[in-house]
Design a binder for this molecule. Structure first.
Ligand SMILES: Nc1ncnc2c1ncn2[C@@H]1O[C@H](COP(=O)(O)OP(=O)(O)OP(=O)(O)O)[C@@H](O)[C@H]1O
Ligand SMILES: O=C(O)[C@H](O)[C@@H](O)[C@H](O)[C@H](O)CO
Length: 240
């Protein structure tokens, strides 16, 4: 049975190891967007339910860009830049946290797996909703600290081969992010939370071939340019 603790296949390949996993087993809730699940038409052809896929012409390529990493790594900065540059809708993951999560983090209490599940599925749904409106893609921010959190999002393009999911992981040592979060004003996530983010962080492994890693110890301008360049190259390589 598929569970939160079972790694999903990335580009058709199931990983040999999926990093540190906790012991609790919970079933992954199905995407509420049941219409995207394949259904058989009377002619036997499978469709994901979108209008485009029921016509003769193939559905256009659509990209989900999920900008990830611990608090303060620059997710919002990079995601806004990519969204503006590529003229794509932007979904700020922080705005999808339930009130209870914000209260916890404001009080300096790290979230648990259980606190994050509904948030992750809400973000997955938000990305699908944007694509369903017809855009060429969507850019989201989401810490996605653990492998199994990324796996929750990996369900989004299932059954829709025209949808390509890419993680942009912003990498920096803890000391760098501590400095950036300490300098930041008016944010619920305080510097006291940075260490806990690194305690649970599972850096993407080599088998997670849908991840682009960006070194964010560089200047903000260099990081933005690097991330956009990598996104453009990735899109070029997926073009059929
Ligand atoms: N490459 C960089 N160099 C220096 N400062 C940066 C860089 N990128 C972002 N910053 C600054 O670091 C802070 C955190 O950036 P940002 O809010 O984009 O991160 P985030 O990952 O979205 O944070 P959070 O997850 O806590 O919402 C901001 O004050 C931002 O201006
Ligand atoms: O998974 C988590 O613990 C949370 O998503 C945090 O990472 C914050 O929401 C975000 O980074 C804002 O600082």
């Amino acid at each position: 049975m598929l569970s939160y603790n079972t790694s999903v296949a990335v580009n058709g390949q199931r990983p040999s190891s999926s990093g540190a996993m906790s012991s609790g087993r919970q079933s992954i809730p199905p995407s509420p967007k049941a219409a995207r699940l394949p259904t058989a038409l009377s002619n036997g052809v499978m469709t994901n339910g979108s209008a485009a896929s029921t016509t003769d012409s193939p559905a256009k390529d659509q990209h989900i860009w999920l900008v990830t990493g611990p608090a303060g790594c620059g997710k919002s900065t990079v995601a806004k830049h990519i969204a503006d540059s590529l003229q794509l809708p932007f979904v700020e993951g922080d705005e999808y946290h339930p009130k209870a999560n914000i209260e916890k983090m404001s009080a300096g209490i790290p979230l648990t797996d259980a606190d994050r599940w509904d948030w992750l599925t809400a973000l997955r749904e938000a990305s699908i909703n944007e694509l369903d409106k017809g855009s060429d893609g969507v850019v989201l921010t989401c810490s996605a600290l653990k492998r199994k959190y990324r796996d929750v999002i990996r369900v989004a393009p299932y059954f829709t081969p025209n949808v390509h999911l890419h993680f942009i992981y912003l990498d920096a040592p803890e000391e760098v992010l501590l400095q950036r979060v300490s300098a930041r004003q008016n944010h619920y996530m305080g510097a006291n939370m940075v260490h806990s983010q690194f305690e649970v962080l599972e850096r993407p492994t080599a088998d997670e071939v849908d991840v682009i890693t960006i070194d964010v110890t560089q200047s903000q301008e260099a990081v933005k340019a690097d991330a956009l360049d990598q996104a453009n190259k990735t899109m070029d390589s997926t073009r059929s």
